[in-house]
Write a protein that binds this ligand. Structure first.
Ligand code: UT7
Length: 333
């Protein structure tokens, strides 16, 4: 049988503090009704001062290891847009917090598509025999990137982390990762960006502009690009896996906007009910979004052993992608 990376454990973690739409409406010109109707979001979780992305990532990783019945991994990949520091990467800190010893550990920066990029890298490492067990984590303290006065972003994003443990197995096993399709178009870099803090700003010799410290998004343009690219990429991943769209049991898309998820389902010809949705509870958690939605779907029973699951995301870069997996047989996380 064809070798494949197989999902051996799933874990999700969000910080305890909940920020409701009404709480945001007290300090911004927005309303619960606008946020719910335009995005599907009812609340998001936000880190307390002093809590960082590596804290969230380590907890999600710990839960994925526990779910798999293991206490070690020999490679850690962290997808994040909100690393603890610009330098060094966050993954080594996560590996240290998990007590994994001197394992290789690195970050992937592909914004909201980051988890799919990390999944492909982790699966490839397993298939190449470079690692026995890989922790693939998406983690964000995204609230730390947001301008407190920008209503176009402050209402959308939230903090959290999700993780999968991958092991070597075969493509006929529940949990197999079948195909990951990835793409990018750097001409769209300005649509989703934190302009400052990098070499571009430092080499400009110009003083730092306050607004460049924060995350910015051209929501409307991103919306249409996201629907088109997620649908296209999904069709590519499905055809390379040999699945018909009708065979997809669950669509687990990047939780950017309920309207986007429903539009992608519609373009694929899937009933809206096949989409797993937890954006109402956690908001858009960028790289953490897909693994948190997977942990949610497992907890609610929406994801069942052997289900054919389609994952898809679009994010800054621009980057996008889609993956096909069959759902594993795991105890509740
Ligand atoms: O995670 C990476 C990928 N991200 C995405 O895929 C996000 C894609 N984009 C979106 O989800 C949507 O574009 C948003 C949710 C960000 C915005 O929704 P929209 O329906 O595209 O709204 P809009 O930007 O066209 O704004 C409509 C109106 C505007 O007012 P006018 O010009 O019609 O008077 C905005 O100023 O809503 C206004 N507006 C708000 N009103 C209340 C924008 N933000 C808010 C707000 N509260 N928070």
């Amino acid at each position: 049988m064809t070798r494949a990376a197989v999902i051996a454990g799933v874990g999700g973690h969000v910080p305890a503090r909940v920020v409701t739409n009404d709480e945001l409406a007290q300090r911004l010109d927005t309303s619960d009704a606008w946020i719910r109707s335009r995005t599907g979001i009812a609340q998001r979780h936000v880190v307390e001062p002093g809590v960082t992305t590596s804290d969230l990532a380590a907890e999600a990783g710990r839960r994925a290891l526990k779910n798999a019945g293991h206490d070690t991994a020999d490679l850690v990949i962290v997808a994040t847009t909100s690393p603890d520091r610009p330098c060094p990467a966050t993954a080594p800190t996560v590996a240290a917090k998990l007590g994994l010893g001197e394992v290789p550990a690195y970050d992937i920066a592909a914004v909201c598509s980051g988890f799919l990029y990390a999944l492909q890298a982790g699966a490839a490492a397993v298939l190449a025999g470079h690692a026995e067990r890989v922790l693939v984590i998406g983690a964000e303290a995204f609230s730390t990137l947001l301008s407190p006065t920008d209503r176009t972003t402050a209402v959308i994003f939230g903090d959290g982390a999700g993780a999968l443990l991958l092991r070597a197995g075969t493509a006929d096993e529940p949990g197999a990762v079948h195909h990951v399709h990835l793409a990018s178009d750097g001409t769209m870099a300005d649509l989703i960006t934190v302009r400052g803090g990098g070499a571009e700003e430092r080499s400009s010799g110009l003083p730092v502009r306050e607004e460049d410290r924060y995350f910015r998004m051209e929501g409307k343009s991103v919306f249409f690009a996201a629907v088109r690219r997620m649908a296209q990429s999904s069709l590519t991943a499905l055809s390379r896996t040999g699945w018909d769209t009708a065979q997809v049991d669950r669509l687990v898309g990047h939780q950017a906007n309920t309207r986007i998820l429903h539009a992608v389902a519609e373009q694929l010809g899937l009933p809206a009910e096949r989409a797993v949705i937890n954006i109402d509870q956690v908001g858009n958690t960028s790289a953490a979004s897909i693994p948190l939605a997977l942990a949610h779907g497992m907890a609610t029973g929406e994801l069942r052993t052997d289900d054919r699951v389609l994952l898809t995301a679009f994010g800054g870069g621009a980057t996008w992608g889609a993956a096909t997996v069959t759902w594993p047989d795991l105890p509740p996380s």
